[in-house]
Design a protein around this ligand. Structure first.
Ligand code: ADP
Length: 182
């Protein structure tokens, strides 16, 4: 978890390699659906283009479909999900129904200005419809309003690992790996 631009995708890819597990980025899945012009894609683009969250039932359906694949049984890292309380609660139910357990939730953080600068840099070659200044601002606002309450949800379950997202990429990866192993 963490605000847009904090490095969730970058670090999730490192964890995938280190632990040899699957990496599911809900943002990436949604962008693929948009490119393929599927019904989910068409619906989602209405929200993504404004920097808003895609409705919970769509995300829960996507996550359920992926994690019930046999290949995911060895473990996986989710990136960009859950982002709301109903998603976290729905995910708990999916986990319970499929006899799986959430081991750790990593929260990355960074200063707001640093995040905006990173995203504006990324926008130069990301080709993403939601990487422009006003939309970035809205995505950040939504993170603080709708997603950050989840920190308390996972803190109370004692699985939250809070990591500083500013520094060398490899150092941050090491901190995350250590926190997961502890
Ligand atoms: P970032 O973390 O930089 O915002 P993502 O690729 O994770 O990038 O997400 C891009 C957009 O996709 C989000 O702004 C949102 O509109 C949509 N999205 C991704 N995951 C979710 C989710 N779990 N719930 C609702 N919307 C989502």
């Amino acid at each position: 978890m963490g605000p847009p631009g904090v490095g969730k995708g970058t670090q999730a890819k490192k964890l995938k390699l280190y632990f040899d597990i699957f990496h599911l980025s809900t943002g990436k899945v949604l962008r693929e659906e948009i490119n393929k012009k599927t019904e989910i894609g068409l619906k989602s683009s209405l929200f993504i283009d404004k920097g808003e969250l895609v409705p919970d039932h769509i995300l829960l359906r996507i996550v359920k479909k992926h994690i019930s694949k046999k290949a995911y049984l060895n473990g996986y890292v989710l990136d960009g999900f859950p982002r709301t309380l109903p998603q976290a609660e729905g995910f708990d139910k999916i986990l319970n129904d499929s006899d799986q357990k959430l081991n750790a939730v990593v929260s990355l953080n960074a200063d707001k200005d640093e995040l905006i600068n990173r995203l504006l840099l990324r926008s130069k070659d990301s080709g993403r419809s939601d990487d422009n200044f006003d939309i970035i601002k809205n995505r950040q606002k939504i993170y603080w309003e709708q997603t950050s309450p989840l920190l308390e949800y996972y803190r109370s379950k004692q699985i939250l690992k809070e990591i500083n997202g500013v520094g060398e990429i490899s150092e941050i990866t090491n901190l995350i790996i250590q926190s997961i192993k502890n």
